[in-house]
Ligand binder design. Structure first.
Ligand SMILES: [Zn+2]
Length: 400
């Protein structure tokens, strides 16, 4: 057996390291907002400090940071980029059985906020990197790990990494460690969040004819957005486009004609759709009302704009990565798509390369009270990442 096999590299020490690194990360509260990711970044830097992995911290201001680790290869292959975020959603108001920030172990699982989404994935990626670094193997390309801040809100960290894409050099594929229970996701929907405001004029509620009611002004806008047909092609892994008007606000008092009303629309797009074209359609609706209705005044704002991201199932990167999963688990993963977005929406357009999502967390545990990750899945993910690095970066190609 040559060095191209994970079993020669991953040992019991790696199992215990991934367990304690995941616990340590869970114990650092990186609830976003405010984030506080710098402490988690320092924990990762500290873990990798005794290896020859280089680290570069990207500061995002007080207590917030991302980090890019690089294990230098010596060959002509493009880099493989591992990515994961270190922030989490809040623990919420529901009482947890297990302390969300203690990293408790029970029933073969590590419990805590972020265990699944996705400190488990980050821990497995970091240990995989250390495992390869310590082995002394010279890969034929660089292995990079970007641990990012801010994914749960604005992908602040991934945007900063994307800004550095040209100086980071060519990347052949991105592996995102979001929870997939070690299955492989190859497509994610885009998100386009729009806000429409209508502007009227206040008046006493007993004399509405003296005002201009922003809420009634919004009614035809709501109907038009509801009825608007947006063309799309059903994607084999993602299904179709969706839109939903999810917030509405307006008015201050029952006896005051409102001068402001606002709605927010959540649209989820599939490959082939252009966000700019959708925005232009909504702008056209507003312009038409402006022409047709005296006193109509409205403004449109794009609140969030993430393109859909999909990798072809026939892409060599999917084959190489699925091969790594099969090598470790004994079965080929079932390829799937996900409706939510990840840091891939920032990274893929910047690095112009395929991506796969694979991580040890169970998707159903993410963002829930009493979040958990199975210890067995954690080690399995670490071995998958080691094997993936070998498949993508070993001299001579795929392990035989
Ligand atoms: Zn996540």
């Amino acid at each position: 057996m040559g060095y191209k096999d994970v079993e020669a590299l991953w040992n019991e020490s790696c199992d215990s390291e991934v367990l304690s690194l995941c616990q340590n990360l869970v114990r650092i509260n990186t609830t976003n907002p405010p984030g506080n990711e710098e402490a988690a970044v320092r924990c990762l830097v500290d873990y990798l400090k005794d290896t020859n992995v280089e680290s570069r911290i990207i500061s995002h201001g007080k207590d917030r940071a991302s980090v890019v680790f690089r294990l230098k290869g010596a060959g002509n292959k493009d880099a493989l980029l591992f990515n994961g975020h270190v922030d989490t959603v809040p623990a919420g108001n529901v009482k947890w059985v297990h302390d969300p920030f203690a990293g408790e172990i029970a029933d073969g699982k590590i419990w805590g906020r972020g265990a699944s989404d996705m400190k488990g994935g980050i821990a497995a990626m970091a240990v995989a990197m250390a495992c390869i670094a310590r082995s002394g193997i010279k890969l034929a390309g660089d292995l990079i790990l970007a641990a990012t801040a801010g994914e749960e809100i604005d992908s602040l960290g991934a945007m900063a990494v994307a800004d550095r894409a040209s100086e980071m050099g060519p990347v052949q594929a991105i592996v995102i460690g979001e929870p997939s229970y070690n299955e492989v996701f190859i497509a994610e929907k885009g998100a386009l969040w729009l806000e429409v405001c209508t502007f009227g004029k206040t008046a006493h509620g007993s004399m509405p004819e003296l005002g201009n009611n922003a809420i009634t002004m919004m009614l035809p806008v709501i109907s038009a957005i509801e009825e608007m047909e947006i063309p799309f092609e059903v994607h084999p892994y993602l299904g179709g486009f969706t839109k939903s008007i999810n917030t509405i606000s307006g008015g201050v008092k029952v006896n005051v004609v409102p001068d402001l009303c606002a709605i927010q629309v959540d649209m989820r797009t599939v490959p082939g759709q252009q966000h700019q074209a959708i925005v232009a359609r909504v702008e056209e609706i507003l312009r038409t009302f402006q022409r047709q209705r005296p006193g109509f005044s409205a403004a449109l704002k794009v609140v969030n704009d993430r393109p859909p991201v999909a990798t072809s199932p026939d892409d060599p990167a999917v084959k190489l990565f699925s091969g790594a999963v099969a090598r470790v688990t004994g079965k080929m993963p079932k390829l799937q798509g996900v409706a939510y977005y990840t840091d891939a929406t920032a990274l893929v357009p910047a690095f112009k390369c395929p991506m796969v999502i694979c991580g040890p967390g169970a998707p159903g545990a993410a963002h829930q009270p009493d979040e958990w990750v199975e210890i067995g899945k954690l080690s399995e993910a670490g071995r998958i990442y080691v094997q993936a690095a070998l498949n993508f970066l070993a001299e001579g190609g795929l392990a035989s």
